[in-house]
Design a protein around this ligand. Structure first.
Ligand code: DC
Length: 217
């Protein structure tokens, strides 16, 4: 496993992880993987199965029948269907945070990431438990954070949602659930460099991480 070739970026929603991960990957001539989108794809699959009236006794039973997830050029597919947009739906976001507490789902997503990392590297992986659980031996670990108000502002803009208070409340609920769950809660991994992105320019943060990377290898 080329864990030496991995940059793990963790942090809450709206901390800038996705943007930073993609830009860092470009600068080091590597790849990026958004682990949240994998959880979202599983949640969408469960949602659609339920709407279709299918019943499963466990997440394991569902996952055995779930078509393969594919990630191609930062777009996410269930089988051959591009679901990159659908997985961002607000309803799916809330469901994702719930199904992400399931151990079988976490094992499934983690196995996907390990396989992906063995094929694509250097790899920048972002999520909640990447440095703490998925790739604890990653060469570089980063924890991004930002004030809740700033994160809500960014999310509202991204979602085109005028009601910033509503976005803030939903974010807070999701953060709470992600941080307090028993399985792989959001926390600062041992050895992680913590960066507060509230008042910093994206380019600044990206260049800083790239400098840390070159120093580490
Ligand atoms: O980063 P995001 O908002 O797309 O993540 C969606 C949900 O998935 C979020 O509620 C937390 C969960 N998640 C997780 O539990 N572990 C990860 N490594 C990434 C995301």
């Amino acid at each position: 496993m080329p864990e030496q070739n991995i940059i793990a970026i963790d942090g809450p929603s709206g901390s800038g992880k996705s943007t930073v991960a993609k830009l860092v990957a470009e600068k080091i001539d590597g790849y990026s993987l958004d682990s949240g989108s994998l959880y979202r794809a599983v949640a969408l699959g469960i949602y659609e199965s339920e709407v279709a009236g299918k019943k499963f006794n466990s997440a394991k039973e569902f996952l055995e029948l779930f078509p393969t997830i594919k990630v191609i050029d930062n777009r996410i597919y269930i089988g051959d269907r591009d679901v990159s947009k659908l997985i961002r739906d607000t309803e799916i976001s809330s469901l994702t945070s719930k199904i992400a507490t399931n151990i079988e789902v976490r094992e499934y997503v983690n196995a996907f990431m390990h396989k992906y990392a063995s094929e694509f590297h250097p790899l920048v992986v972002e999520g909640r438990d990447i440095g703490s659980v998925v790739f604890p031996d990653a060469l570089l670990k980063i924890f991004l954070n930002a004030d809740l108000e700033e994160r809500a502002k960014r999310r509202s803009k991204e979602l085109n949602e005028a009601n910033e208070n509503l976005v803030l409340k939903t974010l807070q609920e999701r953060d709470d659930r992600d941080s307090r769950r028993k399985e792989s809660p959001l926390l600062i991994a041992k050895g992680a460099v913590v960066i507060d992105t509230t008042d910093r320019l994206i380019d600044d943060i990206v260049n800083y991480i790239v400098r840390l990377w070159w120093k580490s290898i």
